[in-house]
Design a protein around this ligand. Structure first.
Ligand SMILES: [Zn+2]
Length: 310
């Protein structure tokens, strides 16, 4: 008799626990659901709770990372190690590369693998070819001299960056073309199915770097073929707002640590983005999140951008 009662009681507690677990599950789903279906770019202020710790970082690091700005005003720092690898050794078969020696940073190739695979699935296109990617100083110097010789200096600077000032030095940028049947290539534009790339590049962290309506800011003519990796949250904001990288760097700088941050939600992927100025000394005390994942990139101007992934 006593055993039976105990059994019954056990059963009842079991059911009760199950019931509570279900209630908690339903509630947590209800709370998460809005963020899964919404997307927003907001601003928020830093709270009073100490959720950050300091990390010492070399101030030189402002010249590296996926958000560095390299343009006519800000040159690339060759003091950092070249970490590029040949594209041919890492790429999948959803895209092509002009020759065996063309190089990019591993992260750029990885994201291109994902982007062009998705493009192939959506459109059937598998003949997008990278015809120019990483360039060292001497290579850019040769390109620039050739263009000056053929078209004159003033036409050359509209199309080819002065050596040291090309985004192609970063390993995050590539020029696309459309490969023909016989090894020939034609100009990449966003026409027809190829428009998929411009529309979806942000999902993989890429931006069309030199759009037609921003030539006055970028200083570079409309180049529908030039794509640059900046990371998904940043590519998303630029895609949504229409800012080019120059404008984005300015925008992020107004979200200074301690004051306010960008509160970003991309269908449930939540990020906090803030700027920290580099110190004048050799190292900078960089505030980074106490918990959770984050990335740090220099802006190649005067500070760092911290991207916190919630
Ligand atoms: Zn280019």
């Amino acid at each position: 008799m006593r055993q039976k009662k105990r059994k019954k009681r056990k059963l009842r507690t079991g059911r009760l626990l199950l019931f509570f677990a279900a209630v908690i599950l339903v509630f947590s789903l209800l709370f998460q659901a809005p963020s899964l279906f919404s997307e927003y770019i907001r601003e928020d202020t830093f709270g009073a709770l100490p959720m950050y710790r300091t990390k010492e970082i070399s101030s030189d690091e402002i010249s590296s990372g996926e958000l560095i700005l390299v343009n006519g005003s800000y040159s690339y720092s060759f003091a950092q190690e070249d970490r590029t690898v040949p594209i041919a050794s890492e790429k999948n078969n959803a895209w092509q590369v002009k020759d065996e020696v063309i190089r990019l940073l591993p992260v750029t190739i990885r994201q291109m693998n994902k982007m062009f695979r998705a493009c192939e699935r959506a459109t059937g296109i598998d003949n997008i070819s990278v015809i120019s990617a990483y360039r060292d100083y001497d290579y850019q110097d040769g390109l620039f001299r050739d263009r000056v010789n053929s078209d004159g200096y003033y036409e050359a600077i509209r199309w080819v960056a002065v050596p040291g000032y090309s985004e192609h030095h970063t390993g995050y940028a590539a020029d696309l073309a459309i490969a023909g049947e016989e090894g020939d290539t034609s100009t990449f534009t966003s026409e027809g199915d190829y428009g998929w790339v411009e529309e979806n590049a942000w999902r993989y962290g890429f931006i069309r770097r030199f759009p037609e309506n921003k030539t006055a800011i970028t200083g570079i003519a409309n180049e529908p073929w030039h794509y640059r990796y900046v990371g998904k949250p940043h590519a998303y904001i630029m895609h949504q707002t229409g800012m080019c990288l120059e404008e984005y760097e300015e925008y992020v700088k107004s979200y200074r640590y301690g004051e306010k941050y960008i509160d970003l939600n991309i269908h449930g992927d939540e990020y906090k983005i803030y700027y920290v100025p580099a110190s004048d000394g050799e190292t900078t005390e960089l505030p980074v999140p106490l918990f959770g994942a984050y990335t740090v990139s220099g802006n190649n101007i005067d500070g760092f951008i911290v991207t916190e992934k919630d």
